[in-house]
Design a protein around this ligand. Structure first.
Ligand code: UT7
Length: 312
């Protein structure tokens, strides 16, 4: 099967940033507690007129424009989300209509929580292999402020809203390695029953323990598949849940910390959007150079985990 190359990225955030200090309007917390436990300093919440569609279409429009690919050449649209505006139509279908994307292609949403973007990359690769087309539009988008219990200080300070998007090209010469896994469990991290209820619940310590196992497991898995050591990989982009989780993993692997990108300070945990938002930030900051290899790793609700190594 063809590999995938990252061609272009985009991101879109709500207009208003909400600082840790602002969170004190909702719960008894402090900037000091949030910063030292998580590395998060601010997040964005949707306000009137902002929703999953405005975020997802904003990010997708930017990625498509930067790719230079005529939209008629897209081979699939896959959006990873747990917080879409409608149960149906899917967020992907709404983006398709908004951006006037082609009809004779698969357009779907996928729920793998914080691993969703990387599951979507793997699914999109398979869809392109099936229909023989070259380009995939992949979006990660969340309006987690809809799911959060704003009186639960152990969760509401952690999450944020946002969207990231990427256009990938399929080709035989692009290195690509991926893995996905899951361990069904609704005791550790859950929202529901029923869609979009503001009742997200989480056993933070159990998620932490899971995450610090999942990250090294995924990185090792990709290294085993590819035969590439971390020295040969230019960037590691982990799901941006918590700075301490990434630091723990760096220490455990004795890995070069400077290769592990971190931006949770600016966005909080945006679940499926966190990896594509990070890729777009790195791209626009000039950190990504042609030929570089990027290893992305996700973990979270489900429980799920996933990783993908691709080139730029
Ligand atoms: O995509 C995956 C998403 N999930 C995660 O990334 C979560 C991973 N877990 C974590 O990062 C950490 O477990 C947390 C940051 C969520 C919590 O840190 P912790 O060190 O495990 O704290 P804790 O839950 O054990 O709580 C310690 C104390 C408690 O007070 P007492 O009982 O010791 O008096 C909490 O009530 O901190 C209190 N606390 C807070 N205090 C101020 C909990 N939330 C807050 C808060 N502000 N926002």
């Amino acid at each position: 099967m063809n590999g995938l190359k990252l061609l272009a990225t985009g991101r879109c955030l709500p207009a208003a940033a909400v600082t840790n200090e602002d969170m004190r309007r909702y719960v008894d917390t402090s900037d000091e507690w949030i910063t030292t436990r998580t590395g998060i300093r601010q997040r964005y919440f949707c306000a009137e007129g902002e929703n999953a569609l405005t975020l997802a279409s904003g990010a997708a429009r930017q990625a498509l424009a930067d790719s230079g690919i005529p939209k008629e050449e897209l081979g699939c649209v896959v959006c990873a989300t747990v917080s879409a505006d409608y149960a149906t139509p899917s967020l992907s279908c709404l983006v398709q209509a908004e951006l006037g994307l082609p009809e004779e292609i698969p357009v779907l949403d996928l729920n793998a929580a914080c691993s969703g973007f990387l599951y979507a990359v793997a699914v999109a690769r398979g869809l392109l292999a099936q229909n023989g087309k070259k380009y995939a539009l992949i979006i990660g988008c969340e309006v987690l402020s809809r799911l959060m219990n704003m009186s639960d200080r152990s969760t509401c300070v952690l999450f944020g809203d946002g969207a990231g998007a990427a256009v990938f090209e399929a080709g035989p010469d692009f290195p690509f390695y991926a893995l996905q896994g899951a361990r069904g469990d609704k005791a550790i991290l859950a929202n529901g029953p029923g869609p979009l209820a503001p009742d997200l619940s989480m056993d933070g310590r159990a998620v932490f323990r899971f995450a610090v196992e999942a990250l090294p497991h995924c990185i090792q898995g990709i290294q085993d598949q590819s035969g590439l050591s971390l020295e040969k990989i230019d960037w590691v982009v982990c799901h941006q849940a918590n700075e301490r989780i990434i630091d723990h993993c760096v220490k455990k692997l004795k890995a070069p910390a400077e290769k592990f990108y971190k931006n949770m300070a600016r966005y909080g945990n945006t679940s499926a959007a966190s990896i594509p938002i990070a890729l777009d930030e790195m791209n626009r900051d000039g950190k990504l150079k042609p030929g570089q290899k990027i290893l992305c790793v996700g973990f979270g609700g489900g429980l799920t985990w996933a990783a993908a190594l691709f080139t730029i």
